[in-house]
Ligand binder design. Structure first.
Ligand SMILES: Cc1cc2nc3c(=O)[nH]c(=O)nc-3n(C[C@H](O)[C@H](O)[C@H](O)COP(=O)(O)OP(=O)(O)OC[C@H]3O[C@@H](n4cnc5c(N)ncnc54)[C@H](O)[C@@H]3O)c2cc1C
Length: 600
């Protein structure tokens, strides 16, 4: 349909009221990535009043606050021989060489400076006796390069960024849910549509540039370490539906030790049991009392890489040697009570509150979906293939490859926040004064009519129930151990969820069920991309393990990309990542060993 007939068709229906907001730059996402991008824009001379940061939770409350462990950057506080090129090499090694080396270098090269800059802005880092920013090992790294603020690193980073943004007068609007991006065809972004979650008012954002910093997609798995209402795939799905491409969605990192809901209650299901329990000597046993890591990794035992330990636990459970609650035992009771209290205070207290004494009994754990390495395809500036649409932070793809190095995702938020902010400031400076073509009114009216219809639908299915069914589908078919038959069955089950999602029973716009209905739409896109990507990739690499293709295949040093085809279906293609620069190649050739022995 051409633009004129679209307008005529839309005119026929009654358009609900809406408020129009017209920032030059709309930043969807108020976590570390969105906040850092906004700061960069204003630092480079963009008028703060022309920027708007929105988030679907209250001010200062984004998923970033849940990151505790730390943020990577080769400062060399304790290990002066460390450098950004070695950080890049570690990232490529842990990513099994399907990361985009240019993006890895862009992040690792910037990080020392970005960590110092945060320090200047008041970040309460943990410090050495000399007052330097302290650094420790975290996951698999050659040197101690993870900076931290106690066990509240993410919260401290976000507080620091929010304070800085407020001092610059950057506007922020909380409790706003974005439901669609507006584009001219699929060439140029024009803004977004959403609503105020407090009063249900529709909002139309008329923006020249939109930055998606809307987080990741792992809470669409049955057991996951995120909050249920975050990381539902909004960022990737919004971009995909606007015509951008997604990549690497099949790579989902499972943390080996999540709490088991059937034992500790649903609210605790999937919440992390820190790797420090294993780092301090915790041992894993199956229900038959066997210390099973002896069979999987006799050298490293419980301290092997996350994906190795997660696979071992999944295998034990799948073969019937799990506990009655669907987990395995993690036991540190051979240590003194005082040692556990001192070294693992939060874990000790959490389990004590649940009536479990870690000093005398084991806890039950099972793997939990923790981080999606995939996301939106962007260029070196963070821009997607749609002019003016950027994707950064956990929403973007390319930095982590097939497995993420702990501490690198916070690094990615700051680095690509800065990169995208700088690029957008340049493009605004180069543009003439006139604003773009405005929002495509027919598309706005059509989408608002769709939202009205959704809010009034009294069909047969509850959106939250369907969202939970989708979570089961991914857990059962695209979890830690995958095979062709299981993935095909998963796509079939997903299709039945999709069919029922066309007949929902939904409450008004400001209700939880309305939010669940939109989350379900996003989750369907992300889930299909995961299942299709995992089917396509006939090898095992990093976090993706196919029991029918258990080996890594050199021909598969490729990325799987998905995009909408001309009839609205998902089209897959593959491409090879680039090659590292000479400096990073030299670091790779030097063969630094990733140290799995000191987890935190
Ligand atoms: C338990 C846990 C521990 C972690 N620990 C670490 C760690 O120690 N080190 C590390 O490097 N990484 C860690 N991570 C990962 C890291 O926290 C995240 O990758 C990072 O914080 C993501 O930041 P972000 O800014 O990209 O997105 P987020 O912080 O997730 O922010 C997303 C923003 O987008 C908004 N939003 C989403 N959808 C919409 C929508 N439809 N409309 C409007 N707004 C929307 C949200 O409200 C929010 O403001 C951890 C993750 C988890 C789950």
């Amino acid at each position: 349909m051409d633009r004129q007939s679209e307008n005529e068709a839309a005119d026929a229906a009654e358009t609900p009221d809406f408020e129009t907001v017209a920032p030059s730059v709309l930043i969807v996402g108020a976590g570390a990535a969105g906040a850092r991008a906004a700061i960069e824009l204003v630092d480079r001379g963009v008028d703060p009043e022309s920027v708007l940061v929105i988030g679907k939770r209250s001010h200062g409350d984004a998923h970033t606050t849940w990151a505790r462990g730390g943020i990577n950057g080769a400062l060399g506080t304790h290990d002066p021989e460390d450098g950004w090129a070695i950080h890049a090499a570690d990232t490529l090694n842990e990513g099994h060489h399907v990361n985009d080396p240019a993006k890895v270098e862009a992040v690792t090269r910037r990080m020392p400076e970005l960590l110092r800059e945060l320090d200047d802005w008041g970040m309460p880092y943990s410090r050495t006796e000399d007052g330097d920013i302290d650094q420790r090992y975290f996951g698999a790294q050659s040197f101690r390069r993870t900076a931290f603020a106690g066990d509240h690193t993410g919260e401290s980073i976000l507080n620091t960024l929010v304070d800085k943004a407020q001092s610059l007068g950057i506007p922020h609007r909380e409790d706003v849910f974005v439901s669609k991006l507006l584009t001219d065809g699929d060439d140029r972004v024009r803004g977004a549509v959403g609503y105020d979650m407090d009063d249900g008012e529709y909002l139309v954002f008329d923006a020249d540039v939109v930055v998606l910093a809307a987080g990741g997609y792992t809470s669409i798995y049955h057991r996951h370490s995120s909050r249920d209402d975050e990381n539902t795939g909004d960022g990737p799905a919004l971009a995909y539906e606007a015509g951008a491409e997604l990549m690497d969605m099949e790579f989902v990192q499972f943390h080996p030790t999540g709490m088991v809901g059937d034992r500790y209650g649903d609210d605790w299901d999937g919440r992390l049991v820190t790797e420090a329990v294993r780092g301090e000597g915790g041992r894993l046993y199956n229900a038959e009392g066997e210390r099973f890591m002896e069979r999987y990794s006799p050298g490293q035992m419980e301290l092997d890489a996350r994906d190795v330990v997660a696979r071992a636990i999944a295998q034990e459970i799948a073969e019937g040697r799990g506990t009655e609650h669907g987990g395995v035992y993690l036991d540190i009771s051979h240590r003194d009570r005082s040692f556990i209290e001192e070294r693992l205070p939060r874990m000790y207290e959490r389990f004590a509150d649940l009536g479990v004494d870690m000093a005398t009994e084991p806890v039950e754990v099972a793997p939990t979906a923790h981080y999606g390495m995939g996301g939106v395809v962007v260029d070196e500036t963070g821009e997607t293939r749609i002019d003016g649409l950027y994707a950064i932070g956990e929403t973007m793809a390319g930095v982590h490859g097939a497995n993420r190095l702990g501490g690198n995702s916070l690094a990615e938020t700051l680095a690509f926040g800065e990169i995208a902010g700088a690029d957008i400031a340049d493009r605004l400076a180069a543009a003439d004064d006139s604003r773009g073509g405005g929002v495509p009114s027919a598309a706005v009216e059509r989408h608002l009519a769709d939202l009205e219809a959704l809010a009034n639908s009294d069909g047969a299915h509850d959106p939250e129930t369907l969202l939970n069914e989708l979570r089961d589908v991914l857990w059962d078919h695209a979890g830690i151990l995958r095979d062709e038959g299981g993935l095909e069955a998963g796509l079939d089950r997903l299709q039945t969820v999709r069919e029922r999602a066309a007949d929902l029973d939904v409450g008004p716009v400001d209700s939880r069920s309305f939010e669940f209905a939109l989350d379900l739409g996003y989750a369907l896109v992300a889930a299909e991309a995961i299942l299709r990507g995992a089917s396509e990739r006939t090898e095992s690499r990093g976090a993706h393990h196919r029991t029918d293709w258990p080996e890594r295949d050199a021909d598969w040093q490729r990325n799987v990309t998905v995009a909408v085809d001309s009839i609205g279906a998902m089209r897959l293609s593959t491409s090879r990542p680039g090659t590292p620069s000479d400096g990073v190649q030299a670091a790779l050739d030097a063969g630094y060993e990733l140290d799995y022995h000191q987890l935190e």
